[in-house]
Design a protein around this ligand. Structure first.
Ligand code: AP5
Ligand code: ZN
Length: 218
Protein backbone atom coordinates (compact mmCIF):
# COMPACT_ATOMS: atom_id res chain seq x y z
CA UNK A 1 0.00 0.00 0.00
CA UNK A 2 1.19 3.54 -0.70
CA UNK A 3 1.51 6.18 2.02
CA UNK A 4 -1.68 7.73 3.29
CA UNK A 5 -1.37 10.83 1.11
CA UNK A 6 0.03 10.67 -2.42
CA UNK A 7 0.95 13.90 -4.15
CA UNK A 8 1.32 14.19 -7.93
CA UNK A 9 3.69 16.97 -8.88
CA UNK A 10 4.59 18.05 -12.40
CA UNK A 11 4.28 20.78 -15.02
CA UNK A 12 0.99 21.43 -16.83
CA UNK A 13 0.52 18.54 -19.26
CA UNK A 14 3.02 16.27 -17.50
CA UNK A 15 0.31 13.62 -17.09
CA UNK A 16 -0.63 14.10 -13.42
CA UNK A 17 -4.35 13.62 -14.09
CA UNK A 18 -3.82 10.64 -16.43
CA UNK A 19 -1.64 8.77 -13.93
CA UNK A 20 -3.60 9.82 -10.82
CA UNK A 21 -6.76 8.27 -12.33
CA UNK A 22 -4.96 4.94 -12.81
CA UNK A 23 -3.49 4.88 -9.32
CA UNK A 24 -6.80 5.95 -7.70
CA UNK A 25 -8.68 3.16 -9.47
CA UNK A 26 -6.04 0.58 -8.64
CA UNK A 27 -5.93 1.31 -4.90
CA UNK A 28 -9.59 2.34 -4.55
CA UNK A 29 -8.78 5.75 -3.09
CA UNK A 30 -10.12 9.16 -4.20
CA UNK A 31 -8.30 11.42 -6.63
CA UNK A 32 -8.59 15.02 -5.49
CA UNK A 33 -7.82 17.40 -8.35
CA UNK A 34 -7.99 21.06 -7.33
CA UNK A 35 -8.16 21.96 -11.05
CA UNK A 36 -11.26 19.74 -11.54
CA UNK A 37 -12.94 21.11 -8.39
CA UNK A 38 -12.29 24.68 -9.51
CA UNK A 39 -13.51 24.04 -13.08
CA UNK A 40 -16.69 22.51 -11.71
CA UNK A 41 -17.23 25.59 -9.52
CA UNK A 42 -16.69 27.89 -12.51
CA UNK A 43 -19.23 25.89 -14.54
CA UNK A 44 -21.81 26.09 -11.76
CA UNK A 45 -21.05 29.78 -11.16
CA UNK A 46 -20.68 29.32 -7.41
CA UNK A 47 -18.96 32.08 -5.35
CA UNK A 48 -15.78 29.95 -5.42
CA UNK A 49 -16.01 29.65 -9.20
CA UNK A 50 -16.57 33.38 -9.65
CA UNK A 51 -13.51 34.12 -7.49
CA UNK A 52 -11.28 31.66 -9.38
CA UNK A 53 -12.39 32.21 -12.99
CA UNK A 54 -10.23 35.21 -13.94
CA UNK A 55 -7.07 33.66 -12.47
CA UNK A 56 -7.64 30.37 -14.28
CA UNK A 57 -8.32 32.08 -17.60
CA UNK A 58 -5.09 34.03 -17.18
CA UNK A 59 -3.12 30.85 -16.40
CA UNK A 60 -2.28 32.19 -12.93
CA UNK A 61 -2.61 30.39 -9.62
CA UNK A 62 -5.73 30.83 -7.52
CA UNK A 63 -4.87 32.29 -4.04
CA UNK A 64 -3.48 29.82 -1.49
CA UNK A 65 -6.24 30.37 1.09
CA UNK A 66 -8.91 29.48 -1.49
CA UNK A 67 -7.36 26.16 -2.59
CA UNK A 68 -6.24 25.22 0.94
CA UNK A 69 -9.84 25.65 2.12
CA UNK A 70 -11.11 23.37 -0.66
CA UNK A 71 -8.57 20.66 0.15
CA UNK A 72 -9.07 20.78 3.91
CA UNK A 73 -12.80 20.30 3.47
CA UNK A 74 -12.43 17.52 0.89
CA UNK A 75 -9.90 15.42 2.80
CA UNK A 76 -12.14 15.55 5.87
CA UNK A 77 -14.73 13.44 4.03
CA UNK A 78 -15.11 9.77 4.99
CA UNK A 79 -13.83 8.35 1.67
CA UNK A 80 -10.38 9.85 2.43
CA UNK A 81 -9.90 7.77 5.61
CA UNK A 82 -7.93 5.03 3.82
CA UNK A 83 -5.83 7.47 1.86
CA UNK A 84 -6.13 9.92 -1.03
CA UNK A 85 -4.34 11.40 -4.00
CA UNK A 86 -3.70 15.10 -4.38
CA UNK A 87 -3.47 15.94 -8.08
CA UNK A 88 -2.23 19.49 -8.78
CA UNK A 89 -2.00 20.41 -5.10
CA UNK A 90 0.18 21.70 -3.46
CA UNK A 91 1.58 24.18 -5.96
CA UNK A 92 3.33 26.69 -3.71
CA UNK A 93 5.57 26.33 -0.65
CA UNK A 94 2.76 27.81 1.49
CA UNK A 95 0.37 25.10 0.23
CA UNK A 96 2.97 22.40 0.94
CA UNK A 97 3.45 23.67 4.50
CA UNK A 98 -0.32 23.63 4.87
CA UNK A 99 -0.44 19.94 3.81
CA UNK A 100 2.30 19.13 6.33
CA UNK A 101 0.32 20.82 9.11
CA UNK A 102 -2.97 19.12 8.20
CA UNK A 103 -1.40 15.65 7.96
CA UNK A 104 0.35 16.16 11.27
CA UNK A 105 -2.85 17.34 12.95
CA UNK A 106 -4.63 14.22 11.69
CA UNK A 107 -1.83 12.02 13.00
CA UNK A 108 -0.91 10.84 9.49
CA UNK A 109 2.61 10.23 8.27
CA UNK A 110 4.49 12.18 5.63
CA UNK A 111 3.06 12.27 2.11
CA UNK A 112 4.68 10.37 -0.73
CA UNK A 113 5.44 12.64 -3.68
CA UNK A 114 5.54 11.51 -7.31
CA UNK A 115 7.21 14.09 -9.52
CA UNK A 116 6.42 13.51 -13.20
CA UNK A 117 9.19 14.98 -15.34
CA UNK A 118 8.55 15.66 -19.05
CA UNK A 119 10.67 17.48 -21.65
CA UNK A 120 9.35 21.01 -22.05
CA UNK A 121 8.89 20.76 -25.84
CA UNK A 122 6.35 17.93 -25.44
CA UNK A 123 4.09 19.80 -23.04
CA UNK A 124 2.57 22.25 -25.52
CA UNK A 125 1.57 19.48 -27.93
CA UNK A 126 0.07 17.42 -25.10
CA UNK A 127 -2.00 20.33 -23.83
CA UNK A 128 -3.30 21.67 -27.13
CA UNK A 129 -4.18 18.08 -28.13
CA UNK A 130 -6.02 17.20 -24.90
CA UNK A 131 -9.73 16.36 -24.96
CA UNK A 132 -11.69 15.34 -21.83
CA UNK A 133 -14.95 13.39 -21.60
CA UNK A 134 -17.81 15.53 -20.30
CA UNK A 135 -19.41 12.44 -18.69
CA UNK A 136 -16.69 10.27 -17.11
CA UNK A 137 -13.64 12.57 -17.20
CA UNK A 138 -11.53 10.17 -19.31
CA UNK A 139 -8.56 12.03 -20.80
CA UNK A 140 -7.70 11.69 -24.52
CA UNK A 141 -5.20 13.30 -26.82
CA UNK A 142 -5.75 13.89 -30.51
CA UNK A 143 -2.02 13.29 -31.20
CA UNK A 144 -1.10 10.54 -28.74
CA UNK A 145 -4.25 8.71 -27.58
CA UNK A 146 -7.19 9.62 -29.82
CA UNK A 147 -10.71 8.28 -29.29
CA UNK A 148 -12.02 5.75 -31.85
CA UNK A 149 -14.56 8.30 -33.10
CA UNK A 150 -13.50 11.94 -33.17
CA UNK A 151 -15.04 14.03 -30.37
CA UNK A 152 -16.75 11.04 -28.67
CA UNK A 153 -15.69 9.08 -25.57
CA UNK A 154 -14.95 5.38 -26.25
CA UNK A 155 -16.40 4.35 -22.88
CA UNK A 156 -19.78 6.09 -22.73
CA UNK A 157 -20.34 8.10 -25.92
CA UNK A 158 -19.91 11.36 -23.96
CA UNK A 159 -18.91 14.52 -25.80
CA UNK A 160 -15.20 15.35 -25.58
CA UNK A 161 -14.39 18.86 -24.43
CA UNK A 162 -11.44 21.18 -25.01
CA UNK A 163 -10.30 23.08 -21.91
CA UNK A 164 -10.55 26.87 -22.07
CA UNK A 165 -7.02 27.28 -20.67
CA UNK A 166 -5.44 24.90 -23.22
CA UNK A 167 -4.71 27.67 -25.75
CA UNK A 168 -1.09 28.56 -26.49
CA UNK A 169 -1.02 31.97 -24.75
CA UNK A 170 -2.53 30.67 -21.51
CA UNK A 171 -0.34 27.55 -21.59
CA UNK A 172 2.75 29.82 -21.62
CA UNK A 173 1.47 31.61 -18.50
CA UNK A 174 0.72 28.30 -16.77
CA UNK A 175 4.24 27.05 -17.52
CA UNK A 176 5.68 30.29 -16.19
CA UNK A 177 3.64 29.95 -12.97
CA UNK A 178 4.85 26.35 -12.67
CA UNK A 179 8.53 27.28 -12.97
CA UNK A 180 8.31 30.25 -10.63
CA UNK A 181 5.91 29.02 -7.93
CA UNK A 182 5.66 25.22 -8.09
CA UNK A 183 9.04 23.83 -9.17
CA UNK A 184 10.67 24.85 -5.81
CA UNK A 185 8.52 22.07 -4.27
CA UNK A 186 10.83 19.51 -5.88
CA UNK A 187 13.68 20.57 -3.57
CA UNK A 188 11.28 20.99 -0.66
CA UNK A 189 10.19 17.35 -0.88
CA UNK A 190 13.62 16.02 -1.84
CA UNK A 191 14.96 17.51 1.39
CA UNK A 192 12.24 15.62 3.29
CA UNK A 193 13.29 12.38 1.57
CA UNK A 194 9.79 11.74 0.17
CA UNK A 195 10.34 12.58 -3.51
CA UNK A 196 10.12 9.90 -6.20
CA UNK A 197 10.99 11.04 -9.73
CA UNK A 198 9.07 9.55 -12.63
CA UNK A 199 10.12 9.72 -16.30
CA UNK A 200 6.94 11.12 -17.86
CA UNK A 201 8.30 11.03 -21.45
CA UNK A 202 7.40 7.37 -21.89
CA UNK A 203 3.98 6.16 -23.02
CA UNK A 204 1.17 6.36 -20.40
CA UNK A 205 0.83 2.56 -19.96
CA UNK A 206 4.56 2.09 -19.27
CA UNK A 207 4.53 4.96 -16.76
CA UNK A 208 1.44 3.57 -14.99
CA UNK A 209 2.98 0.09 -14.77
CA UNK A 210 6.18 1.47 -13.21
CA UNK A 211 4.24 3.64 -10.78
CA UNK A 212 2.00 0.82 -9.58
CA UNK A 213 5.01 -1.44 -9.10
CA UNK A 214 6.79 1.24 -7.10
CA UNK A 215 3.74 2.02 -4.95
CA UNK A 216 2.94 -1.63 -4.28
CA UNK A 217 6.40 -2.09 -2.77
CA UNK A 218 6.33 1.19 -0.86
P1 AP5 B 1 -4.99 21.94 -13.37
O1 AP5 B 1 -6.27 21.43 -13.85
O2 AP5 B 1 -4.34 21.28 -12.21
O3 AP5 B 1 -4.01 22.04 -14.61
P2 AP5 B 1 -2.42 21.81 -14.78
O4 AP5 B 1 -1.59 21.71 -13.56
O5 AP5 B 1 -2.04 22.88 -15.71
O6 AP5 B 1 -2.29 20.40 -15.24
P3 AP5 B 1 -3.07 19.75 -16.38
O7 AP5 B 1 -4.38 19.23 -15.90
O8 AP5 B 1 -3.10 20.68 -17.56
O9 AP5 B 1 -2.09 18.58 -16.79
P4 AP5 B 1 -1.85 17.11 -16.26
O10 AP5 B 1 -0.46 17.03 -15.74
O11 AP5 B 1 -2.95 16.66 -15.34
O12 AP5 B 1 -1.91 16.34 -17.63
P5 AP5 B 1 -2.98 15.29 -18.22
O13 AP5 B 1 -2.87 13.99 -17.51
O14 AP5 B 1 -4.34 15.90 -18.36
O15 AP5 B 1 -5.12 23.49 -12.98
C1 AP5 B 1 -5.79 24.41 -13.81
C2 AP5 B 1 -5.81 25.80 -13.16
O16 AP5 B 1 -6.51 25.74 -11.89
C3 AP5 B 1 -4.44 26.38 -12.80
O17 AP5 B 1 -3.86 27.05 -13.89
C4 AP5 B 1 -4.81 27.33 -11.65
O18 AP5 B 1 -5.38 28.52 -12.13
C5 AP5 B 1 -5.89 26.56 -10.90
N1 AP5 B 1 -5.35 25.68 -9.85
C6 AP5 B 1 -5.45 24.32 -9.78
N2 AP5 B 1 -4.85 23.85 -8.68
C7 AP5 B 1 -4.35 24.94 -8.03
C8 AP5 B 1 -3.59 25.10 -6.84
N3 AP5 B 1 -3.22 24.03 -6.10
N4 AP5 B 1 -3.23 26.34 -6.47
C9 AP5 B 1 -3.61 27.42 -7.19
N5 AP5 B 1 -4.29 27.34 -8.33
C10 AP5 B 1 -4.68 26.11 -8.75
O19 AP5 B 1 -2.34 15.09 -19.67
C11 AP5 B 1 -2.27 16.17 -20.62
C12 AP5 B 1 -2.47 15.61 -22.04
O20 AP5 B 1 -1.33 14.78 -22.36
C13 AP5 B 1 -3.70 14.69 -22.21
O21 AP5 B 1 -4.24 14.88 -23.49
C14 AP5 B 1 -3.14 13.26 -22.07
O22 AP5 B 1 -3.90 12.33 -22.80
C15 AP5 B 1 -1.73 13.44 -22.64
N6 AP5 B 1 -0.76 12.56 -22.00
C16 AP5 B 1 -0.66 12.29 -20.66
N7 AP5 B 1 0.38 11.45 -20.43
C17 AP5 B 1 0.94 11.21 -21.65
C18 AP5 B 1 2.08 10.42 -22.06
N8 AP5 B 1 2.80 9.72 -21.18
N9 AP5 B 1 2.38 10.41 -23.39
C19 AP5 B 1 1.64 11.12 -24.29
N10 AP5 B 1 0.55 11.87 -23.96
C20 AP5 B 1 0.23 11.92 -22.64
ZN1 ZN C 1 -16.56 9.14 -20.98
Amino acid sequence: MPANALIFLGAPGAGKGTQAREVATHFGIPQISTGDILRDAVKKQTPLGMAAKAKMEAGALVPDEVVCGIVEERIGEPDCQKGFILDGFPRTIAQAQFVDRVLQAKGRGRPQVLDIEVDEDLLLKRLTGRRTCSVCGEIYNVHFSPPKVEGICDKDGGKLLYRADDNEATIRQRLEAYHRQTSPLIEYYRAQGVLHEVDGNKDPETIAKGLLEFLSQA
